[in-house]
Design a protein around this ligand. Structure first.
Ligand SMILES: [Zn+2]
Length: 320
């Protein structure tokens, strides 16, 4: 899709009231409009933003950084991966997507890596206030729900993103979700990795031209953590993408409509989860303590979240 065609289609669809699946011009045409719709905020003009907000006042903030992702991947994997997932979700479920934030907590001790806050620094002197201000500006600009999706996921980054989301949900009175993308795909077998099978498969699907498995070399692979990237496939990437995007799309559609009571239930569950992640090391142990059994205990997190079964999330978090 070119930007021009995408924008023209969106305007035509908006004018005809067919954005996002109205049946007035036939479902096939609407589906095409939705698939090609420009949702990237930086490429929208004022009237298009107003129309998009009227349709669905949700905004996505993809998060990542610049970090070594093996010899076979580009260094922007985390951010561009999160961005591509958000764009697909917004086209399906509604909302707009901000440019990805390149910068966060931690990063490998490898070349071509920008570390803005130290790996285990849950106090995150730069990342936390930046995320807070982004949320405040999004609310001030009329958005009623925020999804911060991080494609970069050291333990401290995950804690900072989720904790900030919980606090901003409370302070702003709108739902703010802050999660790594892999938490939405735990039940389909992706438990998070670094430049290994999961991330590489996602990139093979989302940005096929960027992956060069032929340049990976032989194990042990430098700066790769998880299942052998040579087992990656575009098909696996599509399967993970479809699951993550479907759940994000449901959330994007529904979150702005949540009642205050639902918001409270959501915040309580997310707060319980991040509190467990933050307190499990008891101020001294390994920051990953609450992740030891997360793949099984939190397996259905994505399913529960999309189904608004917040108490199930809260109860699962207690078992971490
Ligand atoms: Zn990554």
């Amino acid at each position: 899709m070119t930007d021009t065609i995408g924008r023209r289609r969106f305007i035509a669809a908006a004018a005809a009231g067919t954005v996002l699946g109205s049946v007035s011009q036939g479902q096939a045409a609407s589906a095409q409009d939705a698939a090609d719709r420009e949702v990237r905020l930086e490429f929208l003009r004022p009237r298009e933003i107003v129309a998009a907000q009227k349709q669905c006042p949700t905004i996505f903030q993809p998060l990542g950084t610049i970090e070594w992702h093996g010899l076979h991947n580009v260094v922007g994997v985390d951010a561009v991966k999160a961005h591509a997932l958000c764009v697909r979700a917004a086209r399906t479920g509604g909302g707009v997507v901000t440019p990805p934030l390149f910068g966060g907590v931690g990063g490998l001790n490898e070349p071509h890596t920008f570390i803005m806050d130290a790996e285990e620094n849950i106090f995150a002197n730069l990342t936390r206030p930046w995320l807070e201000q982004l949320c405040r500006e999004m609310a001030r600009n009329g958005f009623k729900a925020i999804i911060m999706l991080t494609g970069h996921y050291g333990a401290a980054q995950q804690i900072v993103v989720r904790e900030t989301a919980v606090r901003m949900s409370r302070a702003l009175g709108i739902p703010v979700l802050g999660t790594p993308e892999y938490w939405l795909a735990l039940d389909v077998g992706y438990t998070g990795d670094h430049a290994a099978w999961g991330e590489t498969s996602l990139m093979m699907h989302l940005y096929p031209d960027t992956v060069r498995l032929s340049e990976l070399g032989d194990p042990p692979y430098q700066g790769v953590g998880g299942r052998d990237p040579k087992q990656s496939s575009e098909a696996d990437g599509k399967r993970l993408t479809d699951t993550i995007v479907a759940r994000l799309a449901i959330l994007a559609t529904n979150m702005p409509r949540w009642t205050e009571q639902m918001l409270d239930r959501f915040v309580e569950a997310e707060a319980a989860l991040v509190a467990r992640q933050m307190t499990a090391p008891r101020g001294k142990g390994n920051l990953w303590t609450a992740w030891r059994n997360a793949a099984s205990v939190m397996k259905d997190y994505g399913k529960h979240l999309a189904a608004e079964e917040f108490e199930a999330i809260r109860d699962a978090a207690a078992k971490l």
